[in-house]
Ligand binder design. Structure first.
Ligand code: TXA
Ligand code: MG
Length: 370
C-alpha cells in the first residue's frame, strides 16, 4: 500500500533506487579502519543521506534530525505513515539542550540513571527541530543509545540522528544487519553491520512534558525501574487497553499494527499444559488442510509440541532472552513461509509487559484463552 505523508508531502513509493554498501564494524574494537568507514558514513549523513546503524535495542535508519529533506527520505524509504514521528539520537547531553525547550528535573534524573541506554524521553521541542522529524508534533523524542558504533557515528558526523527502526513499515524491527538489508537494499546508500543487537526490543518511551511522567511505549526499562528514580509514573491508557476504547495513543506509532510477520498469528493464554494441547490440536487440523504452521514455544515447552516448525523464543527463567529473540523468530518464520503462527503468552509484568505488547501487536491482538 502506498501511504501518503501529509506532513512531508511525500509518497512512500518515491524512493530512488541505489546501490547499498554494507560495512562491518566491531563495536568493541573501533580501530583506524573502522574510523575511516565511520567517516564515510558521516559524510553521507552530513549530505542529508541515510545510514542504517546498530543500537543496543534494534537497528536504526538514521538521517540528520534537523533537516526536513532527510526526514522525507526516511519516511519514503520505510513507507512510513505520515503522523508517526521519529526518535532523535544524541551522543551527549549538550545536544539535548539544543533541541529540547526545557529539561525538567525528573528527566535529568532519568538521563543520569539510564543514559546511555534504552530509554527515550519526550520533551517540548525547540524551533530548530523540523515538524518533518516530529510528525507535526511540538514535542521531540530523544535518546542516547548505549552502543559505541551509534555514538561514534553521531560524534564524528556532528549530526543528531533521527532514526526509526530500520525495517519497512509494518515489518518486525531488525535485530541484525541481514534483516536491515532485506528491507532496505537499494533504498539507502549504507548499512553499518555491527552484528546482532543486545536487547532486541525498542526503547521504553517516557513523556515528561506533563507534571507526571507517562510511559508511552513499554520497553527494557520497566515502570518499576523508572519509579525507583522519579516516583509514580503513569502508563498511557492506550497501551493497557488498545482495543477497548477510542483512546488515541500519545505515541502515534503505537496505534499501528507494527511488528507484523507475514503469517496470520494468534496468541494462546492459559495453563501451559492446556495451551500445548490446544496448539497441537489446531496444528494437526491446519496441516490436514495443507497449511504450514510455525509454533513459538519456550525452552521449557519446546519438546512437547508435535509440530515440526517449532522454535523456542527463549527461557521463561530469563525474559531478556525472550526479548532478544522475539523479532528474530518472527522474521525466521517469514523466511520459512509459514501460513500460520501460534504462540505461547508470557507474564504481562516488568520486561514481560514489553514482550507481550510486541507479541500482541504482531498478532493484531488475536488472543485465545484456553
Ligand atoms: O529503540 C528504539 O527506540 C529504536 C532505535 C532505533 O533507537 N527506534 C525506534 O523508532 O523504535 P521507531 O520510529 O520505530 O519508533 C518510534 C516511536 C513511535 O511509536 C513514535 O510514535 C514515537 O516513538 N514517538 C516519536 N516521537 C514522539 C513524540 N514526540 N511524542 C510521542 N511519541 C513519539
Ligand atoms: Mg519501529
Amino acid at each position: 500500500m502506498v501511504e501518503y505523508n501529509e506532513v512531508l508531502n511525500v509518497k512512500s513509493d518515491m524512493v530512488i533506487r541505489m546501490y547499498t554498501k554494507v560495512i562491518k564494524i566491531d563495536k568493541d574494537n573501533i580501530d583506524e579502519a573502522a574510523l575511516e568507514d565511520l567517516k564515510a558514513a558521516a559524510a553521507l549523513l552530513q549530505n542529508g543521506e541515510l545510514v542504517a546503524f546498530p543500537t543496543e535495542t534494534v537497528y536504526g535508519l538514521g538521517g540528520d534530525a534537523l533537516r526536513e529533506d532527510a526526514a522525507k527520505k526516511i519516511y519514503a524509504a520505510k513507507g512510513r505513515p505520515s503522523d508517526n514521528p521519529l526518535i532523535v539520537h544524541v551522543a551527549d547531553i549538550k545536544q539535548v539542550e539544543k533541541i529540547a525547550k526545557d529539561i525538567p528535573d525528573n528527566a535529568k534524573a532519568l538521563m543520569e540513571r539510564f543514559w546511555p541506554g534504552p530509554l527515550t524521553i519526550v520533551f517540548n521541542k525547540k524551533e530548530c527541530v523540523p515538524h518533518g522529524t516530529t510528525g507535526g508534533l511540538n514535542t521531540v523524542a530523544v535518546r542516547m543509545p548505549n552502543h559505541n558504533v551509534a555514538r561514534e557515528l553521531i560524534r564524528i558526523s556532528g549530526v543528531m540522528l533521527a532514526a526509526p527502526s530500520a525495517n519497512l513499515s509494518g515489518r518486525p524491527s531488525p535485530t541484525c544487519a541481514e534483516h536491515v538489508y532485506e528491507d532496505m537494499q537499494e533504498r539507502i546508500p549504507m548499512i553499518i553491520d555491527g552484528g546482532q543487537v543486545g536487547i532486541g526490543l525498542e526503547s521504553t518511551i517516557v513523556d515528561v512534558t506533563d507534571d507526571r511522567a507517562m510511559i508511552l511505549r513499554p520497553g527494557y526499562i520497566t515502570k518499576e525501574m523508572l519509579e525507583e528514580v522519579i516516583g509514580e509514573v503513569a502508563v498511557d491508557k492506550a497501551i493497557l487497553n488498545p482495543q477497548g476504547s477510542d483512546y488515541k495513543p500519545k505515541a502515534p506509532g503505537m496505534k499501528y499494527r507494527h511488528y507484523a510477520p507475514k503469517a496470520d498469528m494468534t496468541l494462546f493464554e492459559g495453563e501451559a499444559k492446556s495451551v500445548i494441547e490446544y496448539i497441537n490440536n489446531l496444528t494437526a487440523e491446519c496441516e490436514k488442510q495443507g497449511k504450514r504452521v510455525g509454533v513459538i514455544a519456550s525452552d521449557e515447552t519446546i519438546d512437547k509440541y508435535d509440530c515440526k516448525d517449532v522454535l523456542s523464543i527463549g527461557t521463561r527463567e530469563d525474559e531478556a532472552t525472550i526479548a532478544h529473540n522475539l523479532y528474530y523468530i518472527l522474521r525466521q518464520f517469514d523466511e520459512m513461509n509459514v501460513d500460520v503462527i501460534y504462540s505461547e503468552c508470557f507474564k504481562d509484568e516488568k520486561l514481560g509487559s514489553a514482550i507481550m505488547n510486541r507479541l500482541k501487536k504482531a498478532a493484531g491482538y488475536k488472543i485465545t484463552k484456553v
